[in-house]
Design a protein around this ligand. Structure first.
Ligand code: GLN
Length: 322
């Protein structure tokens, strides 16, 4: 089954393999007496207590999803009984979470920029800090000018679609090397009614060889391949997280190629790791970008660095960087 086939179902991915939930893992289940919503939730919170940073939030999101309710409605319905079927489905999701599957893959969705995105294990789960990149891009894109923007390594399409939702006149292109990721991005553009975005397959600039844009944005893979943090991120596509030993390899490719794909005065905006700002700024300087600056995320870490290309375009023949 392809990601596209999955797109219309409420739970987007099969949850396998299942862990048999033993009665010692949480409060024991009493045969014949269904749990209430509140008790099922409490039991799940206990089971998730040593898995992840937000056991209650995760337990609530998963139960709300199964019951088709909002999280706040769970409180109102606290005394309602939970059917055996619902409890079984809930146990499956809780087991998946205990195995380290991100909540977004279990529910098949994640909110980003107040839009609901479909996500599958073929794409990175959109992160709140990436909204900083969107905010900065929008600050540089006037409402009433039909500019062109390229999103490199678009994944679920979160950045491209968030910008498209705010700037209907922008001609937006999303590129990804993964066809499966592009299928998710396309499904998201349909779901959100943002069909003006063009999706292209290719490694970095290969998908847009002979084209120039007014802005290039990217949240590329930037985790160093020996970073122990990758273990925690093992459920997400390795391709989207890391592409070399330093974690800076993708920036080299993008910054090297950007001059040949930006219009005069065009901007390049890059999300990076919280220790990479100086290095990324230095690379931009070496490529003669101007107005270089970094911006912090909500935790105060420098997270996005941007720069503009000189007014006079790079007239050298386009070099492609694989
Ligand atoms: N921000 C992600 C994390 O470390 C990494 C995303 C990326 O490599 N682009 O959780």
């Amino acid at each position: 089954m392809t990601a596209m086939d999955d797109a219309g179902t409420s739970l987007k991915i099969p949850i396998t393999p299942l862990v048999v939930v033993s009665s010692t893992a949480g409060a024991p289940l009493m045969a014949g007496s269904p749990l209430t919503v509140a008790a099922a939730l409490q039991r799940a919170v206990q089971m998730l207590s040593s898995h992840g940073d937000s056991p209650r939030l995760d337990a609530e999101i998963l139960l709300a999803r199964i019951l088709g309710l909002s999280r706040s409605a769970l409180i109102v319905r606290g005394a309602d009984p939970v059917s055996a079927e619902t409890q079984a489905a809930y146990d499956e999701l809780i087991a998946g979470r205990m195995q380290g599957t991100p909540v977004a893959y279990l529910t098949g969705t994640r909110e980003f920029w107040s839009l609901e995105f479909d996500v599958t294990p073929d794409v990175l789960v959109p992160r709140p800090e990436t909204e900083i990149l969107v905010e900065l891009a929008l600050g540089l894109l006037p409402q009433d000018v039909p500019l062109s923007v390229l999103d490199l390594g678009t994944g679920s399409g979160a950045i491209a679609l968030a910008i498209a939702s705010e700037r209907p006149l922008v001609s937006m292109t999303g590129v990804d090397v993964s066809e499966r990721a592009l299928a998710v991005a396309l499904a998201n553009s349909r779901k959100l009614g943002l069909m003006q975005v063009e999706w292209r397959a290719g490694s970095w600039f290969q998908g847009v060889r002979d084209r120039r844009f007014d802005m290039i944005v990217s949240n590329p893979p930037y985790v160093a391949s020996d970073d122990p943090a990758l273990e925690r991120l093992a459920a997400e596509p390795a391709l989207a997280l890391s592409c070399g030993p330093t974690g800076l390899e993708a920036f080299e490719r993008i910054i090297d190629g950007a001059a040949g794909h930006l219009n005069p005065g065009g901007w390049l905006l890059l999300e990076h790791g919280n220790t990479q700002a100086d290095e990324v700024a230095r690379m931009l300087e070496c490529r003669r970008f101007i107005h270089i600056r970094s911006h912090a995320d909500y935790s105060g870490n420098a997270r996005v660095t941007l720069g503009a290309i000189h007014q006079s375009p790079d007239r050298s023949p386009h070099k492609e960087h694989q």
